[in-house]
Design a protein around this ligand. Structure first.
Ligand code: FDM
Length: 212
């Protein structure tokens, strides 16, 4: 009999919400409970496209805004065959950022509609759940200064949060809000419970197509 498919679990949220820490903890907890699981992150800076994106984020290069948006999207599409293969083999993928960051960040720039920003990601593997780590701008600020990369400033992050809120109105996506203001362990427990629900549901549902 074919293995039950793994779940596609995405963590989103503004900077400082703890996405990367929580992704790592979730993968470890799932593995320890006997669920095959791997972490992925977008942008994946290791590929040729990812290196272009990384240089842009580090402000070592300039790219036209539509162009970099499409590169972020292409960086997801290039991983799709591998993602599908792993999911089909029964591995759950825990993904740090996905198309929602793509749409929220670009559409926070002047002159970009949310609609245009989602187009290039239509049809990507649809997450079984998107966990949105919620943190108020004041709480984010209390976690220390932003870094030096592009987009790491409070005004831009607040525009991004508005766009995330708009994306969360779309009920075709299984959004779950996680209060990220608690302790690392409390947030982890909430994420683990919600992820197990998604893993069980995924076993009886085919993988969907995002925004289609
Ligand atoms: N980002 C990330 C985008 O602008 N578009 C995207 O599609 C994705 C996946 O890149 F500022 C932004 C979000 C963030 C930066 O930072 C990536 P991290 O620290 O590698 O997550």
């Amino acid at each position: 009999m074919a293995a039950k498919r793994g779940a596609l679990i995405v963590l989103e949220g503004v900077d400082k919400a703890g996405k990367t820490t929580q992704c790592k903890m979730l993968v470890q907890a799932l593995q320890q409970s006997g669920y095959p699981a791997e972490m992925m992150r977008f942008p994946d800076r290791s590929t040729t496209i990812g290196k272009l994106i990384s240089a842009y984020l580090e402000k070592k290069s300039e790219l036209e805004d539509h162009t970099v948006h499409l590169l972020f999207s292409a960086n997801r599409w290039e991983m799709v065959p591998e993602m599908k293969r792993k999911l089909e083999q029964g591995t759950t993928l825990v993904v740090d950022r996905y198309a929602f960051s793509g749409a929220a960040f670009t559409s926070a720039k002047p002159g970009f509609s949310l609609d245009w920003c989602t187009r290039s990601d239509v049809g990507l593997p649809k997450p079984d759940v998107v966990l949105f780590l919620q943190l108020s701008p004041a709480e984010a600020a209390s976690r220390g200064r932003y870094g030096e990369e592009r987009y790491e400033d409070a005004a831009f992050q607040s525009a991004v949060l508005d766009r995330f809120r708009q994306l969360m109105d779309d009920s075709s996506v299984n959004w779950k809000v996680v209060d990220a203001s608690g302790s690392v362990d409390d947030v982890h427990k909430d994420i683990a419970l919600k992820s197990l629900d998604a893993i069980h549901a995924a076993q009886t549902q085919p993988l969907g197509e995002l925004w289609k």
